[in-house]
Design a protein around this ligand. Structure first.
Ligand code: BES
Ligand code: ZN
Length: 830
């Protein structure tokens, strides 16, 4: 991952649906967009004459894709991170690596990825080359680092022979930087002492920052890793440690930990961590690693308790045993994404793995369960069988996003996870996919070349629309047939790579075997959903019964400049979304209409209103029944849609009547929860009821329902008076903090800030971080924006989300926009 601010997928999705999407999107996608057409690869380094154009670089090392001449077999790499700065104040690592590769097609050129590594030279060359099995190796002609394409280039005086194997040796020094990519460092304070962790984040293209490697997902190989690290630290990697012995280098007593050879795997799934962490876990098989104090407090226990069942669920679902002998999961104080599915050593942000019932909310718990489920799903789908190239990323991430709900539902059967997928993945991404700027799920291989093109693919379309279309598919072919297709797919391609058509083939085989009648082939149905952007608006003429479809755009004036080979027609194989649009009824929500459809009616109506297809009053009328609704999913949908209205109308004459109306609607819900929780002293039992209690308080306070502000400010005041004792129930903390800070001044803000800096649990720090953006005082918001660019105040991993939180506050919206433009250069480069 390059420089600049970091944004997790969760933040990206949240940002994308914010009305101020522009701010968030710009921060998230801080990459320049340029396209390069691939040239046909020449095995010889001689330049083809007369074929070069500016977009087809003439030399192989100027192209971003590796040629198909060489294939790695195995690596033997030793790395030694320094957890203390050197004389120049730099944290570094040193290492050496050997890669054995096979020559597939004769060539006089070796291209291997290497980025930001300082390579040792041997008699003027950056490598040593040997032939294996007694065979000769060509002599070296010239070696250099091709910085733009991140290659170490080795030109030879004669050709490598097809079918023969060679070994390439390198020695190097790299920086253990704080950039959250490659081999990097994370820091935290424990017992008053600063501790440094050396850790990795390779996806998508940063393994090349740790050691020279063929850094493409189809270049699978076996890795023999060794780590040299200080006494008192423990080293982890993808596979089990073989041995750990004390050694001495230059008078320093160190440990050398060697690991078992990995399975055949892709470079982006490699991981190694050196830390003073400890773990929760009774067996060598499943361990949860984190800072000592976090583990001692039991923060890893929930993850530990759920990992076994979720792994067992996926073994059953895929009908395939977990392919590795161990599963380590580790929580890191600094981590760019939410979590990363490194095979056998999954890395997490602390908030996505650690849970403390005293301070973490039910939302925090759900985040832990779904993240674990998502990453464990990848252990097969993504890791055992991997996409050939990044253009099929949607299949990897969309799939894991879909089945993460199935795994979490198994681990927490009472949570209504199968309803929550509609809310969390589908409703939000439909708003994004209804924009003219959307894009098809599937990209062409040749359109995804540079690292920044690959990073751009990690968006809500890839994750959430990917999940949505796979859910639709599994629904119409049935979950059983879907999982049977997955089983044969994994069997055929294990330890290898695929394209999405391979999955369609196996699902089709399962459909045929199961005798499921379909209007068309799986491929024909699905291509219309993955190869063109958007989704249809279906209109039924109730007089004639005629049904028509049209590409739905939320801005009717927007123009789509992306051609569609299907002329924006979609296959309808699912009947799930067929609902009756009952409008204007304020009777009790009929139990005949399922919860998700009640939400869908509201969401559809608001989107149709945005697109000028129905009147805004009609959309508002779909919220009339809410005064009698107590379920979370419809309320949450309405709240999100009304949030857009708040951002649009907060300065117009509509604001007053809108407030009055919502106050009237939410009043009964507020009373309902006050009674249910015996005046806010107990916690509702249901998971989604706990969520809806928070909605009731948030909306009630926002619209001035009597008793709400007193409740939140009272709770916060108590805490301010006795900072050592926070009696606010974890579920309510986010909304209580936010409301108290919004209603308070600098005193409340500064108190929350000091609590944020001292928080021992990451999820608690996150709640405060979000709540600090709720202040209504512009100077405090501006000061907070400045803090975002100071890593001592706000960790780099959190800067983008903090700016996005500020932008979602109507008062912060324009401040954030001005700030991002004024400080763009700093945001982009630092
Ligand atoms: N493979 C991704 C992590 C990742 C994201 C790597 C972006 C490189 C760039 C991982 O499987 C993932 O999807 N993580 C999610 C968490 C999940 C619960 C949706 C994330 O990081 O947001
Ligand atoms: Zn994923």
């Amino acid at each position: 991952m390059g420089k600049g601010l970091y944004i997790t997928k969760g933040v990206a999705v949240a940002c994308a649906v914010l009305a101020i999407g522009a701010v968030a999107t710009i921060i998230g996608l801080s990459v320049a967009y340029s396209k390069e057409k691939p040239g046909s690869e020449a095995a010889s380094t001689a330049s083809p004459v007369g074929t070069s154009t500016p977009s087809t670089p003439k030399e192989p090392w100027q192209r971003f894709r590796l040629p198909d001449t060489l294939a790695p077999l195995w690596y033997n790499a030793t790395l030694r991170p320094r957890l203390e700065p050197n004389a120049e104040g730099l944290y570094i690592f040193t290492g050496h690596s050997l890669v054995v590769f096979k020559c597939v097609r004769a060539t006089d050129l070796i291209l291997i990825h290497s980025n930001k590594l300082n390579l040792t030279t041997f008699q003027g060359f950056h490598v040593k080359l040997k032939g294996l099995d007694g065979g000769p190796a060509p002599s070296l002609r010239k070696t250099w680092l091709e910085v733009p394409t991140q290659y170490l280039v080795v030109r030879l005086n004669s050709f490598l022979a097809a079918g023969r194997a060679y070994e390439l040796y390198t020695e190097f020094v790299g920086e253990l930087s704080d950039e959250l990519g490659g081999f990097y460092r994370s820091e935290y304070i424990e017992d008053g002492v600063k501790r440094v962790v050396a850790t990795t984040q390779m996806e998508s293209t940063d393994a090349r920052k740790a050691f020279p490697c063929f850094d493409e997902p189809a270049m699978k190989a076996v890795f023999h890793m060794t780590l040299i690290h200080p006494q008192g630290t423990v080293a982890l990697s993808n596979s089990m440690d073989l041995d750990a012995v004390n050694i001495s280098i230059d008078g320093q007593n160190l440990i050398r930990t060697r690991f078992e050879p990995t399975e055949r795997m892709s470079t982006y799934l490699l991981a190694f961590v050196v830390s003073e962490f400890t773990y929760a876990g009774k067996t060598q098989g499943i361990r949860i690693w984190a800072r000592k104090t976090a583990i001692e407090e039991g923060q890893g226990d929930y993850a530990l308790q759920k990992t076994g069942p979720i792994l067992a669920f996926f073994e059953g679902y895929y009908n395939s045993t977990y392919p590795l002998s161990k599963s380590d999961q580790i929580a890191l104080p600094d981590f760019a994404a939410g979590a990363m599915e490194n095979w056998g050593l999954i890395t997490y942000r602390e908030t996505n793995l650690l849970y403390n019932p005293e301070v973490s909310s039910n939302a925090d718990k759900e985040k832990v369960a779904t993240t674990i489920s998502h990453e464990l799903a990848h252990m097969w789908f993504g890791n055992l069988v991997t996409m050939k190239w990044w253009n099929d990323l949607w299949l990897n991430e969309g799939f894991a996003s879909y089945v993460s709900y199935l795994g979490a539902n198994y681990a927490q059967p009472t949570w209504n996870m199968l309803d929550l997928i509609v809310l969390n993945e589908i409703i939000g991404v439909m708003a994004v996919d209804a924009l003219a700027s959307s894009h098809p799920l599937s990209s062409k291989e040749e359109d995804i070349m540079k690292p920044e093109h690959i990073m751009e693919l990690f968006d809500s379309i890839t994750y959430s629309k990917g999940a949505a279309v796979l859910r639709m598919l599994s629904e119409f072919i049935t979950e059983t047939i879907f999982s049977q297709g997955l089983h044969t797919y994994l069997e055929e391609f294990k330890y290898n790579n695929t394209v999405y058509k391979d999955l369609w083939k196996h699902l089709q085989m399962a459909v045929d075997k199961g005798g499921i009648p379909l209007p068309d082939s799986v491929e024909a149905i699905m291509n219309r959903w993955i190869l063109q952007m958007g989704f249809p608006l279906i209109t039924v003429d109730t007089k004639t019964g005629k049904i028509t479809q049209k590409h739905f755009l939320s801005d009717p004036k927007s123009v789509v400049d992306r051609p569609s080979e299907f002329k924006t027609s979609f296959s309808m194989a699912s009947t799930e979304s067929t609902t009756t649009l009952t409008t204007g009824s304020d009777s009790s929500p009929s139990s005949d209409i399922p919860v998700i459809n009640r939400a869908q009616i509201i969401d559809d109506a608001f989107n149709l209103a945005k697109a000028n297809i129905v009147n805004t009053t009609l959309a508002l009328r779909t919220t009339k029944f809410l005064s009698k609704e107590i379920e979370y999913v419809p309320w949450e949908t309405a709240t999100r849609n009304l949030g857009y209205f708040y951002l649009m109308f907060d300065r117009s004459e509509v604001y007053g009547p809108m407030q009055a109306y919502i106050r009237k609607q939410v009043g009964p819900l507020f009373d309902y929860f006050r009674t249910l929780t015996v005046n806010w002293t107990t916690i509702p039992t249901g998971h989604t009821d706990q969520y809806n209690q928070v909605n009731a308080i948030s909306l009630a306070c926002k619209t001035g329902v009597e008793g709400c502000k007193d409740l939140t400010t009272g709770l916060f005041k108590n805490w301010m008076q006795n900072p050592a004792k926070n009696t606010i129930s974890p579920n309510l903390r986010s909304t209580v903090y936010c409301n108290a800070i919004a209603g308070g001044g600098v005193k409340e803000w500064d108190f929350a800030w000091s609590m944020y800096k001292n928080a021992a649990v990451a999820s608690e720090a996150n709640k405060l971080m979000a709540a600090l953006s709720c202040t209504t005082q512009p100077w405090l918001l501006n000061r907070y924006l400045d803090y975002c660019l100071d890593p001592e105040k706000i960790r780099k991993q959190d800067a983008a989300s903090t700016i996005a939180y500020i932008a979602s506050n109507p008062i912060g919206q324009s401040l954030a926009w001005d700030f991002v433009r004024a400080r763009w250069s700093h945001i982009f480069h630092e």
